[in-house]
Design a protein around this ligand. Structure first.
Ligand SMILES: Nc1ncnc2c1ncn2[C@@H]1O[C@H](COP(=O)(O)OP(=O)(O)OP(=O)(O)O)[C@@H](O)[C@H]1O
Length: 229
């Protein structure tokens, strides 16, 4: 599903590489935590998968896409197969919950009758039935993140990339969001989540890939956040 082969990324303005000879393979349906201190390269890793950056060296494969070499005109197709969730939710503040989710389908040209059918389904899946007509600022942080997850998942992407999705949430709300991501993972969607949240990583016991200064220093099948720390 995801394969990085000897990937290095050097930003022009940065002396040391953001990623250095990183090789990682993630299979369909896996749930993987990407951890490491600030500046270790987690966001760069995710941006390479989306072709928001291209590697300086090495190959990046996502699904059947040779991401770094593919033609620019095919990039929207790649991005349609990847749902994204961020720490700061990134909802459209002037649209309702349902409109936020519907918008993700409108921009890829889905017909109106499909949108009308699938938006309530996905809102129910994320536990927001009854809140379709609310505005984002009328929701709690946890609810806003559920909207963002609904929007990322409504097109049934092959994978979900989550960059610190619990970073702005309290521990209980974070647990709820993790249950939701697990549920999405059980549908067969690959989930890759960058996080600093020790307690979540420790409680879930999923695969942990740890970066330090742009290198993979650990890849544990059922890992915890800090080994021997
Ligand atoms: N656009 C950019 N231009 C120059 N240097 C960059 C750019 N983006 C990231 N870097 C550098 O690359 C390295 C890795 O950054 P990256 O954002 O990938 O780390 P991170 O692990 O996601 O950090 P955080 O947890 O703080 O988000 C850092 O040294 C950072 O300063």
């Amino acid at each position: 599903m995801i394969r990085l082969e000897q990937v290095s990324k050097n930003y022009k303005t940065s002396a040391r590489p953001a990623l250095a000879e990183v090789s990682v393979e993630i299979d369909k349906g896996e749930f993987v935590f990407l951890i490491g201190p600030s500046g270790s390269g987690k966001s760069t890793f995710l941006r390479l998968l989306l072709r928001e950056e291209v590697p300086t060296k090495g190959r990046v494969y996502v699904a059947n896409f040779d991401v770094a070499r593919m033609a620019r005109r095919r990039v929207p197709r790649l991005r349609q197969s990847i749902g994204c969730v961020f720490q700061d939710f990134r909802l459209l503040t002037n649209k309702t919950v349902a409109e936020n989710v519907a918008f993700a389908l409108e921009v890829i040209g889905k017909p109106k009758h499909t949108i009308k059918k699938v938006v309530p389904e996905v809102l129910e899946l994320v536990g927001l039935e009854g809140k379709a007509d609310r505005m984002p600022n009328e929701l709690s942080g946890g609810e806003q993140q559920r909207v963002a997850i609904a929007r990322a998942f409504v097109n049934r992407p092959l994978m979900l990339l989550a960059d610190e999705p619990t970073g702005n949430l309290d521990p209980d709300t974070s647990q709820d969001i993790m249950l939701l991501l697990e549920r999405i993972n059980r549908t067969g969607t690959t989930v890759l989540m960058a996080t600093h949240d020790h307690s979540i990583v420790d409680s879930m016991r999923r695969r942990v890939v740890e970066l330090s200064l742009g290198k993979v220093i650990r890849d544990d099948a059922r890992g915890v956040y800090g080994v021997g720390r």
